[in-house]
Design a protein around this ligand. Structure first.
Ligand code: NAP
Ligand code: GLV
Length: 314
């Protein structure tokens, strides 16, 4: 008998317990509760309380119920031992998130490219004023992060005739996309970009990367779309760049503090558009298919997908 424990602060535990039990009939799946010290082979978690995993060194895998694992890694750094030594941490790769990110990115890029944001402001002022259209040749899109999500977004924008470049740690070969890599190529990447999309993981190397220095290398009146984590953005730097016009407008899905506090200036800024961290939701059925397949792989001695490299932080 295999034992699986589940913890998510907001998901419907019953849906997940039933769904995993259906996919893995040999497993006993239970919602973890405080003081549950009973043995377990696998854990499915999001923002787990510190005591849930600490000392569970006999786990064969910990499955994060999302793509980004920064919260769990940060918790381990603050409270060493949160993640039991030697137990693999796995994350969701795609499981329906790529399509959602493509939709979000394409909708937002087109909104700025076709100047719909400006027409919305003009409508509020009852102004009938055709604006000079942006041209594809002057509207290079740069994507920070060319992993599972960044590369799919790049492909979608290429399909729509945009000039696209990406920045990652290693060189990429995505048809039609100019690849930049490593810290030393960051500003070359940025220079010439009219619109920047962030799809990096949040790590000590990438936190605060959306800052005044980077904005200064973009084209004048550039656009920003942050789809990754709030910690990537230096919020005061964005407000200053919006004031100076260096950044024309920004769309933000993620924030340092979520939900965004009611007094935050982003709520009412005319050039900031916001969504409440819905860029790409975890889709239960696809995520459960992926996790069940990975558990089967581990049980059969095959390599699972989505292994996190704890030293890299993603
Ligand atoms: P991924 O496959 O791990 O891709 C990460 C990319 O970032 C890789 O291309 C990697 O380069 C690059 N990278 C990492 N550290 C770097 C550094 N120091 N310098 C340059 N490039 C660096 O991750 P993913 O699945 O695409 O997800 C990306 C992030 O999206 C997640 O971590 C999460 O924070 C965010 N996310 C947000 C939502 C939402 O709803 N808003 C939903 C899902 C995910 P290499 O390829 O060279 O390693
Ligand atoms: C959501 O933000 C995720 O990382 O899956």
């Amino acid at each position: 008998m295999m034992n699986i424990i589940f913890y998510h602060p907001t998901f419907d535990s019953k849906q997940w317990i039933d769904g995993i039990s259906k996919r893995l009939p040999q497993a006993q799946v239970r919602a973890w509760q405080r003081d549950d010290m009973q043995p377990a082979d696998y854990a499915l978690v999001w923002q787990p309380p510190q005591e849930m995993l600490a000392s569970r060194t006999s786990l064969k895998g910990i499955f994060a119920l999302g793509a980004g694992v920064d919260a769990i890694i940060t918790q381990e750094q603050r409270h060493p031992g949160t993640l039991p030594a030697g137990v693999p941490l796995l994350r969701l790769e795609d499981t329906g998130m790529s399509l959602q990110m493509q939709e979000y990115a394409l909708a937002t890029v087109l909104r700025y490219f076709r100047r719909m944001d400006e027409y919305q402001l003009l409508q509020q002022q009852k102004q009938w004023r055709p604006l000079t259209p942006h041209q594809h040749g002057d509207f290079t899109v740069g994507i920070l992060g060319a992993g599972v999500l960044g590369s799919c977004v790049a492909e979608k924008l290429i399909d729509m005739n945009f000039q696209v470049r990406s920045w990652s740690r290693s060189l990429k070969d995505i048809p039609g996309v100019k690849s930049f890599f490593g810290e030393e190529q960051l500003y070359d990447f940025a220079s010439g970009c009219k619109l920047l999309i962030n799809l990096l993981p949040n790590t000590p190397q990438t936190a605060g990367i959306l800052n005044t220095n980077l904005f200064a290398h973009l084209r004048e009146h550039a656009y920003l779309i942050n789809l990754a984590r709030g910690a990537h953005l230096v919020e005061g730097d964005l407000l200053r760049a919006l004031d100076s016009g260096q950044i024309a407008a920004a769309t933000l899905d993620v924030f340092i503090e979520e939900p965004l506090p009611g007094m935050h200036p982003f709520w009412s800024h005319p050039r900031v558009s916001m969504t409440p961290h819905i860029g790409a939701n975890t889709l239960p059925e696809q995520a459960m298919d992926n996790i069940a397949a990975n558990i089967r792989a581990i049980e059969e001695g095959r390599a699972p997908t989505g292994l996190v490299d704890l030293t890299r932080g993603y």
